[in-house]
Design a protein around this ligand. Sequence first.
Ligand SMILES: Cc1cc2nc3c(=O)[nH]c(=O)nc-3n(C[C@H](O)[C@H](O)[C@H](O)COP(=O)(O)OP(=O)(O)OC[C@H]3O[C@@H](n4cnc5c(N)ncnc54)[C@H](O)[C@@H]3O)c2cc1C
Length: 340
Amino acid sequence: MTHKEILICGNILIPFIFALLITMKVIEHIQQAKDTLISFEILPPVKGRGIQSLFGLLDPLVAFKPAFINVTYHRSEHIFKKKDDGTFEKVIIRKRPGTESICAAIMNKYNVDTVPHLICGGFDINETEDALINLNYLGIDNVLVLRGDAAKNETAFESEPGGHLYAIDLLRQVSNLNAGVYLEEDLKNTSKTKFCIGVAGYPEKHFEAPNMETDLRYLKQKVDAGADYIITQMFFDNKKFYAFVEACRNIGITVPIIPGLKPVYTKKQLTVLPKTFHIDLPTDLSNEMIRCKTDEEVEIVGAEWLLEQSRDLKKSGVPVLHYYTLGRPQIIAGVVEKLV
Ligand SMILES: Cc1cc2nc3c(=O)[nH]c(=O)nc-3n(C[C@H](O)[C@H](O)[C@H](O)COP(=O)(O)OP(=O)(O)OC[C@H]3O[C@@H](n4cnc5c(N)ncnc54)[C@H](O)[C@@H]3O)c2cc1C
């Protein structure tokens, strides 16, 4: 092929390839589904690893045709680096950058919709608007809006100067952009974005909320402000999820509620999961984990537990089973394989 022929062929093929990338919103996937859908959540690779490591993790999972893949966001951290003269300098690092571009790369490689997480922590409203504009240009119409946790050096969450304090404030910014309202009020004839907005919910209560009722009231505010669906924090006792859904419905939350699921695979998680995520492990599960002599045995217990949870949730008619992969695709793949 000559250069000219390649160019002509490219000009015909490239628009054709992009035309095949028909993106859908999470809510459209749910509305059009005939059965419970599958989705996965991944972390961007640690800086320096490269995207191939992520593709290696995703290759076996994409075979299960997930409706969408979420990509988490990680705020920057301050570390103190020792200098040659013995003094310390404050350095800002972001361990896992690249959420937006990873979403675009996944869509491009696998033709699967992606949901970038957006957080309040570490961003002012102008940076947030820029991120949303970038996502819009990339054809990504889904976002999960979150507050983010306190930075390591903070005792409680602090917003960036000129940033948002709660997820609902970030949600309102996204809704404004969907209505064509940008931060620069003078802009005329603006283009409206069309983000489908997800928010987080906590079947075992968010750890800072004084009680479940108050937490649910704030969750309802997020839904009333325009959230299209809720994804929950991980839980290991389905009864807690069902009670949470019922409590949401009782206060008038009608949007789909997607259960977030994760396998256990090490003995250390007996203490790490409750400490980090403020959730309980049911006694039956913790007893089985305690009895295990190795992490390999825990992994078997965890996979069986996750399969039972998934089967029960699917039977109850949940719209989506959302799996936190956290670098363990083989366990999730083993479970999902037995579900379909
Ligand atoms: C599905 C899921 C995905 C996540 N992904 C990420 C991620 O990618 N990156 C990351 O850093 N973290 C992530 N997190 C963690 C999340 O950022 C933390 O749990 C955070 O502490 C709370 O976020 P939120 O969006 O629920 O906050 P909010 O909804 O803002 O709630 C935070 C707390 O404030 C209370 N509250 C809410 N609104 C108000 C109000 N108006 N006035 C007073 N109190 C209020 C709530 O009851 C709650 O206790 C995720 C969590 C979940 C469940």
